[in-house]
Design a protein. Sequence first.
Length: 98
Amino acid sequence: MKYYVFKLLPPRPTFIADMTPEEGALMQAHGLYWRGLMAKGLVLVFGPVADPSGPYGLAVVRLDDQADPRPLWVDDPVIRADRGFRFEVAPMLQAVVP
């Protein structure tokens, strides 16, 4: 198995405080999407991070060795909506799991 860190960057630093109703609906769809991936056993944890330098979303994903992580973020509703969200994705060198 391979593990990846997915970091979702919002369209602007003030996003949490001033998201529009449309963006709020996108975030609801985003949460449902990631809950679905979690139900399939692909996501170990996900949620918003209150980083003092700017909030972002974080997920830790577990995939088969040959699996490509790209479809997971490309199919996310916030990415498909093309509203300025973007993911940074990095493989973990080692993952210690229970």
